[in-house]
Design a protein around this ligand. Structure first.
Ligand code: ADP
Length: 441
């Protein structure tokens, strides 16, 4: 079997596994397990000047990482990737900040990565590049003469072409994408948008939907086992028999957190029977704290959380637990399992793995209810969830009320459908399906 070369902005350290690893790492490590592979990307470190690539080999897997300079980190990563492309691809043109200097640095870093990668490649490698940070790498590799099969996966949404056209120099980005032999997207809708945008410039690269999945059975086992963990027991004891509504996100404006908190506040006003009977735990660790929009969002949410508690709390009941510190990944599965309601309401999300993790974590005999944004990629697969428009706090309120009062038989029926959908996705394992099609290209 040909060697697989994965290129992504961040490379996980060789020994991260299971509960420590993010969803993408788990999924890709699974694809790597059975074959020889190299994983190439940014080390996460900053150095001036950047030293030689670091290389670690564990068994049949080699990990090669490069450092960024402080300027590269500021312009390529914080600036263009997180400050321009992230809002653009999540339909937030109003938040888009375009600076030519950043776009040029983004291209220059990609060029440097391509130059460093090229001598490490073998003629029959399969190269799989991940996400928006590394779009120009595709064209750079081709320009340097790389002839290998070259795949690209976009983990975030892609807006309709008319919206995407707002991005300055968007044509150049699309032409870079055209250097790939196959492009994978999270949903059919995203694939259609990108195909249409490419077609406007006569670019004919194949684009397909390969919805990213999780290890459903493995996550389910971890969640059941986590129930007896000391921290899960402490959480359950602290709830005093109240129903747990749980949100687990990064603190990001794509996650719809202000609307979500308002929706919960309205639940306590409009449906007072839930007062003192529920606790909403929202974990939202600060992310991308150097980007101005994220700092403003944090202030807004801190204020909103304080207001909800101030308005509704009683001397022996706090309605909202608002956590901006990181929650250990190893705790998430057990907490999700205990939750009566999983509240996942991004304004736009490529997939949203938390939604899938919530379904996987539930007790089949007594499952909780997922309240899910219709604009999360996961909504295309999870028809048993209560789908909401995340821009409408009242819609969230009503879904919360429905979830909290749903009879057991309906909860089971909805959950079973979603469990089936995740356990047997129609396209099979997303990474395998993508790589098989790429190998045939
Ligand atoms: P994104 O990639 O935009 O952060 P996803 O929902 O697709 O969103 O993936 C997030 C991953 O990180 C999931 O595996 C989830 O369990 C984990 N995660 C998200 N927020 C937290 C948190 N507050 N604490 C611990 N893990 C989290």
């Amino acid at each position: 079997m040909a060697r697989l070369v994965i290129v992504s902005n961040r490379v996980p350290p060789p020994h991260t596994r299971g509960a420590q690893a993010g969803g993408l790492t788990v999924a890709l490590k699974d694809a790597l397990r059975r074959r020889e592979a190299m994983w190439f990307g940014w080390s996460g470190d900053i150095a001036d000047p950047p030293g030689a690539p670091h290389s670690v080999t564990v068994g049949r897997h080699r990990y090669v990482t490069l450092d960024l300079t402080p300027d590269e980190e500021r312009l390529y990563y914080t600036g263009y990737s997180n400050g321009t492309l992230w809002p653009m691809l999540h339909y937030r043109v109003g938040l888009l900040e375009f600076r030519r200097e950043e776009e040029e640095a983004w291209r220059a870093v990609n060029k440097r990565f391509a130059r460093r990668l090229l001598p490490l490649l073998r003629p029959d490698d399969i190269i799989w590049v991940h996400d928006f940070h590394l779009i120009p790498l595709l064209r750079c590799l081709r320009d340097l003469g790389a002839q290998q099969r070259l795949g690209f996966f976009l983990h975030v949404p892609f807006p309709p072409p008319a919206l995407f056209a707002a991005l300055p120099r968007s044509e150049a980005l699309l032409r870079d994408l055209g250097a790939a032999d196959l492009i994978g997207m999270q949903t059919q809708g995203d694939a259609m948008h990108l195909s249409a945008a490419l077609a406007e410039f006569g670019i004919e690269t194949p684009v397909g939907a390969y919805p990213v999945g999780i290890d459903t059975a493995g996550f389910s086992r971890a969640a059941a086992a986590a129930l007896t963990k000391r921290e899960t027991t402490r959480l359950i004891a602290s709830l005093g028999g109240r129903s747990l509504i749980l949100g687990v996100d990064r603190l990001d404006y794509s996650k719809g957190l202000p609307h979500r908190l308002r929706g919960y506040g309205a639940l306590l006003r409009r449906f007072p029977e839930h007062r003192k009977r529920v606790t909403f735990l929202q974990a939202a660790p600060v992310s991308r704290g150097q980007v101005a929009q994220y700092r403003a969002l944090r202030r807004e949410l801190d204020e909103l959380a304080g207001r909800i508690n101030g308005e509704h709390a009683e001397f022996d009941w706090m309605p909202l637990r608002w956590l901006t510190r990181p929650l250990a990944r190893s705790l998430v599965a057990g907490f999700l399992r205990h939750a009566r309601v999983g509240l996942v309401t991004p304004l736009h999300d490529g997939m949203n793995l938390v939604a899938k993790e919530f379904v996987a974590s539930q007790d089949p005999e007594d499952p909780g209810v997922l309240v899910l944004s219709r604009f999360a990629g996961a909504a295309a697969e999870l028809s048993g969830a209560l789908l909401v428009n995340p821009h409408d706090p009242e819609d969230i309120t009503e879904a919360l009320h429905q979830a909290l009062t749903m009879p057991l038989a309906e909860r089971r029926e909805r959950w079973q459908g979603d469990w089936q959908a995740l356990s047997n996705p129609p396209g099979g394992n997303w990474a395998q399906a993508f790589l098989e099609r790429l190998s045939r290209s």
